[in-house]
Design a protein around this ligand. Structure first.
Ligand SMILES: Cc1cc2nc3c(=O)[nH]c(=O)nc-3n(C[C@H](O)[C@H](O)[C@H](O)COP(=O)(O)O)c2cc1C
Length: 244
């Protein structure tokens, strides 16, 4: 089977075909967090202030299915905070040079920012938000009134986007990963995204909710909607979540 673009990527990103990375060339490390756009700060309940998700891991794995339609019940702020902690929560042993989180990441690069499209979360106005993992809070973005429709259109009209209480949109920051791994880092961004979404799936099950991963979307339309340049920063993966 010949797939010229995929073959070139796999060949070019073999260790023996890579040049020195920015780290090896002594380039300064990029920051471990990025605020993508400024906006009003919204506090979230601290993850250690509530007791959610005590289902056994065995049970969560056993019952997990992709859920594409949801109950009208909104998520509450504790549930949202819990899902964010499970997917990108920063652990106390983190430093300014690296973070350790609730998910693994190649070289602890953790090169994602999480954008949320909120439809139904108690206490939050619908629209776009960024999760600021550094402080475990939200940054509310100005977003057009029809932003849900626009995201749905960018996701090839998938209705999950309108049905979900919240859609997680993971944005990859290429240099955060490439600094250490060069072009091989792109492989790791895709691998890392899988871990994050799987945690979302299992965490959602544990709060009587469900999730559906979304990999089918128009990159250019979605990146431009979120004001991402599509090169240094781009949407790598999404998932809709809501109550069962
Ligand atoms: C990388 C990836 C991309 C996916 N993209 C979509 C998608 O765009 N739309 C969708 O409805 N489901 C999507 N899914 C969900 C799969 O269709 C689903 O996991 C599969 O049918 C198996 O069903 P289950 O998750 O209920 O076991 C995706 C899953 C993965 C892992």
């Amino acid at each position: 089977m010949s797939q010229p673009i995929a073959d070139a990527f796999l060949e070019g990103t073999k260790y023996q075909n890579l040049g020195p990375s920015d780290q090896q060339r002594g380039v300064e490390q990029p920051p471990v967090h990025s605020v993508l756009r400024s906006g009003q700060r919204v506090a979230l309940p601290r993850p250690n202030s509530f007791d959610l998700g005590d289902m056994t891991i065995r049970k969560a794995i056993e019952i997990r299915r992709s859920l594409r339609t949801f109950a009208d019940t909104p998520l509450n702020l504790e549930e949202l905070s819990y899902l964010l902690w499970c997917t990108q929560g920063v652990k106390p042993e983190s430093t300014e040079k690296f973070t350790l989180r609730t998910v693994p990441s190649a070289g602890a690069r953790h090169a994602f920012e999480t954008v949320l499209l909120i439809n139904r979360v108690d206490g939050l106005k619908p629209g776009l938000y960024q999760f600021d993992a550094a402080v475990h809070g939200l940054i509310q973005w100005d977003s057009p009134a029809d932003v849900t429709q626009q995201v749905m259109a960018a996701c090839l009209d998938q209705q999950t986007i309108v049905h979900s209480a919240v859609t997680f949109i993971w944005v990859a920051e290429r240099e955060r990963m490439a600094w250490r791994y060069g072009e091989r880092g792109v492989r790791y961004l895709f691998l890392d995204a899988g871990h994050v979404c799987q945690n979302l799936h299992l965490a959602a099950e544990s709060i009587a909710a469900g999730a559906c991963a979304i990999g089918a979307y128009n990159d250019d339309v979605l990146n431009s909607l979120l004001a991402l340049d599509g090169t240094d920063r781009w949407v790598v993966y999404l998932a809709g979540v809501g109550k069962r």
